[in-house]
Design a protein around this ligand. Structure first.
Ligand SMILES: CC(C)(COP(=O)(O)OP(=O)(O)OC[C@H]1O[C@@H](n2cnc3c(N)ncnc32)[C@H](O)[C@@H]1OP(=O)(O)O)[C@@H](O)C(=O)NCCC(=O)NCCS
Length: 136
Protein backbone atom coordinates (compact mmCIF):
# COMPACT_ATOMS: atom_id res chain seq x y z
CA UNK A 1 0.00 0.00 0.00
CA UNK A 2 1.31 3.48 -0.81
CA UNK A 3 0.93 6.11 1.86
CA UNK A 4 1.04 9.80 1.09
CA UNK A 5 3.93 11.57 2.78
CA UNK A 6 3.20 15.13 3.75
CA UNK A 7 4.79 17.85 5.84
CA UNK A 8 3.03 18.07 9.21
CA UNK A 9 3.40 20.16 12.37
CA UNK A 10 5.63 19.17 15.28
CA UNK A 11 2.50 18.89 17.41
CA UNK A 12 1.08 16.29 15.02
CA UNK A 13 4.10 14.01 15.55
CA UNK A 14 3.92 13.85 19.34
CA UNK A 15 1.26 11.19 19.81
CA UNK A 16 2.96 8.62 17.57
CA UNK A 17 6.41 9.54 18.88
CA UNK A 18 5.21 8.94 22.39
CA UNK A 19 3.29 5.72 21.78
CA UNK A 20 6.01 4.11 19.64
CA UNK A 21 9.30 5.45 20.96
CA UNK A 22 8.92 6.28 24.65
CA UNK A 23 5.55 5.00 25.96
CA UNK A 24 6.93 4.66 29.49
CA UNK A 25 7.91 8.32 29.70
CA UNK A 26 5.60 11.32 30.16
CA UNK A 27 4.22 12.69 26.86
CA UNK A 28 6.44 15.80 27.01
CA UNK A 29 9.54 13.59 26.96
CA UNK A 30 9.25 13.29 23.17
CA UNK A 31 9.30 17.05 22.55
CA UNK A 32 12.62 18.49 21.38
CA UNK A 33 13.55 22.13 22.09
CA UNK A 34 14.42 22.66 18.41
CA UNK A 35 11.16 21.14 17.09
CA UNK A 36 10.19 24.64 15.96
CA UNK A 37 13.21 24.78 13.63
CA UNK A 38 12.75 21.26 12.23
CA UNK A 39 10.75 19.91 9.30
CA UNK A 40 8.30 17.14 10.17
CA UNK A 41 6.82 14.55 7.83
CA UNK A 42 3.90 12.21 8.31
CA UNK A 43 2.84 9.12 6.35
CA UNK A 44 -0.92 9.20 5.97
CA UNK A 45 -3.47 6.41 5.75
CA UNK A 46 -6.42 8.58 4.81
CA UNK A 47 -6.50 11.21 7.57
CA UNK A 48 -4.61 9.02 10.05
CA UNK A 49 -0.90 9.56 10.65
CA UNK A 50 0.74 6.11 10.69
CA UNK A 51 4.39 7.15 10.45
CA UNK A 52 6.45 10.18 11.43
CA UNK A 53 9.99 11.48 11.06
CA UNK A 54 11.66 14.83 11.63
CA UNK A 55 14.68 16.66 10.15
CA UNK A 56 16.68 19.11 12.26
CA UNK A 57 19.26 21.55 10.92
CA UNK A 58 22.58 21.03 12.74
CA UNK A 59 25.34 23.27 11.42
CA UNK A 60 25.36 22.70 7.66
CA UNK A 61 23.88 19.19 8.03
CA UNK A 62 20.46 17.72 8.66
CA UNK A 63 19.79 15.27 11.49
CA UNK A 64 17.06 12.67 11.04
CA UNK A 65 15.27 11.97 14.33
CA UNK A 66 12.15 10.42 15.85
CA UNK A 67 11.30 7.94 13.12
CA UNK A 68 8.30 5.87 14.16
CA UNK A 69 5.74 3.69 12.39
CA UNK A 70 2.50 2.63 14.04
CA UNK A 71 3.08 -0.94 15.28
CA UNK A 72 0.17 -2.40 13.30
CA UNK A 73 1.44 -0.80 10.07
CA UNK A 74 5.09 -1.95 10.08
CA UNK A 75 6.72 -3.94 7.31
CA UNK A 76 4.81 -2.12 4.55
CA UNK A 77 7.61 0.21 3.54
CA UNK A 78 6.37 3.26 5.48
CA UNK A 79 9.58 3.74 7.48
CA UNK A 80 11.73 3.34 4.37
CA UNK A 81 9.56 5.80 2.43
CA UNK A 82 9.87 8.37 5.22
CA UNK A 83 13.66 8.02 5.34
CA UNK A 84 13.90 8.28 1.54
CA UNK A 85 11.74 11.40 1.69
CA UNK A 86 14.22 12.88 4.19
CA UNK A 87 17.15 12.01 1.92
CA UNK A 88 15.40 13.69 -1.04
CA UNK A 89 14.67 16.75 1.09
CA UNK A 90 18.32 16.94 2.17
CA UNK A 91 19.45 16.65 -1.46
CA UNK A 92 17.05 19.37 -2.58
CA UNK A 93 18.41 21.64 0.16
CA UNK A 94 21.92 20.80 -1.04
CA UNK A 95 23.24 19.94 2.42
CA UNK A 96 26.49 17.93 2.47
CA UNK A 97 25.37 15.31 4.98
CA UNK A 98 22.39 13.70 6.65
CA UNK A 99 23.05 11.88 9.91
CA UNK A 100 21.21 10.14 12.74
CA UNK A 101 21.66 8.46 16.08
CA UNK A 102 19.71 5.29 15.53
CA UNK A 103 18.78 2.39 17.71
CA UNK A 104 21.19 -0.46 17.12
CA UNK A 105 18.16 -2.65 16.33
CA UNK A 106 17.43 -0.42 13.32
CA UNK A 107 21.03 -0.53 12.03
CA UNK A 108 20.34 -3.04 9.19
CA UNK A 109 17.29 -0.96 8.17
CA UNK A 110 19.35 2.24 7.81
CA UNK A 111 22.24 0.36 6.15
CA UNK A 112 19.83 -0.87 3.46
CA UNK A 113 18.81 2.75 2.87
CA UNK A 114 22.42 3.80 2.33
CA UNK A 115 23.59 5.03 5.74
CA UNK A 116 27.02 4.08 7.10
CA UNK A 117 27.87 3.66 10.79
CA UNK A 118 30.54 5.83 12.38
CA UNK A 119 31.90 5.85 15.93
CA UNK A 120 31.23 3.28 18.63
CA UNK A 121 27.76 2.20 19.85
CA UNK A 122 26.56 3.96 23.02
CA UNK A 123 23.53 3.93 25.34
CA UNK A 124 20.57 6.34 25.45
CA UNK A 125 18.14 5.54 28.28
CA UNK A 126 19.58 1.96 28.33
CA UNK A 127 18.92 1.62 24.59
CA UNK A 128 22.03 0.75 22.50
CA UNK A 129 22.44 3.36 19.75
CA UNK A 130 24.71 3.92 16.78
CA UNK A 131 25.60 7.08 14.85
CA UNK A 132 25.06 6.75 11.11
CA UNK A 133 25.51 9.14 8.20
CA UNK A 134 25.07 9.58 4.50
CA UNK A 135 27.27 11.97 2.52
CA UNK A 136 25.27 13.63 -0.25
C1 LIG B 1 12.09 1.38 12.48
C2 LIG B 1 10.67 1.50 11.95
C3 LIG B 1 10.33 2.98 11.85
C4 LIG B 1 10.58 0.86 10.58
O1 LIG B 1 9.28 1.13 10.09
P1 LIG B 1 8.55 0.25 8.99
O2 LIG B 1 7.43 1.08 8.48
O3 LIG B 1 8.24 -1.11 9.49
O4 LIG B 1 9.73 0.16 7.90
P2 LIG B 1 9.76 -0.66 6.54
O5 LIG B 1 8.49 -1.39 6.32
O6 LIG B 1 10.22 0.27 5.50
O7 LIG B 1 10.98 -1.67 6.82
C5 LIG B 1 10.82 -2.69 7.74
C6 LIG B 1 12.08 -3.48 7.83
O8 LIG B 1 13.00 -2.90 8.77
C7 LIG B 1 13.29 -3.82 9.83
N1 LIG B 1 13.45 -2.99 11.04
C8 LIG B 1 13.73 -1.73 11.02
N2 LIG B 1 13.88 -1.23 12.23
C9 LIG B 1 13.67 -2.16 13.06
C10 LIG B 1 13.67 -2.21 14.46
N3 LIG B 1 13.90 -1.14 15.23
N4 LIG B 1 13.41 -3.35 15.03
C11 LIG B 1 13.15 -4.41 14.24
N5 LIG B 1 13.15 -4.43 12.92
C12 LIG B 1 13.41 -3.30 12.32
C13 LIG B 1 12.13 -4.76 9.82
O9 LIG B 1 12.50 -6.01 10.30
C14 LIG B 1 11.82 -4.86 8.32
O10 LIG B 1 12.71 -5.70 7.69
P3 LIG B 1 12.24 -6.65 6.46
O11 LIG B 1 11.71 -5.72 5.41
O12 LIG B 1 13.50 -7.34 6.07
O13 LIG B 1 11.21 -7.52 7.04
C15 LIG B 1 9.66 0.75 12.88
O14 LIG B 1 10.10 -0.58 13.06
C16 LIG B 1 9.51 1.40 14.24
O15 LIG B 1 8.76 2.37 14.41
N6 LIG B 1 10.20 0.82 15.23
C17 LIG B 1 10.14 1.27 16.59
C18 LIG B 1 10.80 2.62 16.75
C19 LIG B 1 12.20 2.64 16.23
O16 LIG B 1 12.99 1.72 16.43
N7 LIG B 1 12.51 3.74 15.52
C20 LIG B 1 13.81 3.95 14.94
C21 LIG B 1 14.65 4.58 15.96
S1 LIG B 1 16.25 4.83 15.32
Amino acid sequence: MTHEIREITAQATYDLRHRVLWPDHPPDFVKIPTDGKATHFGALDGARIVGVVSLYPVGTDLQLRKLATEAACRGQGIGSALVRHCIQTARSRQVPRIFLSGRLSAHPFYTRLGFAAYGAPYLVEDEPCQKMEMLL
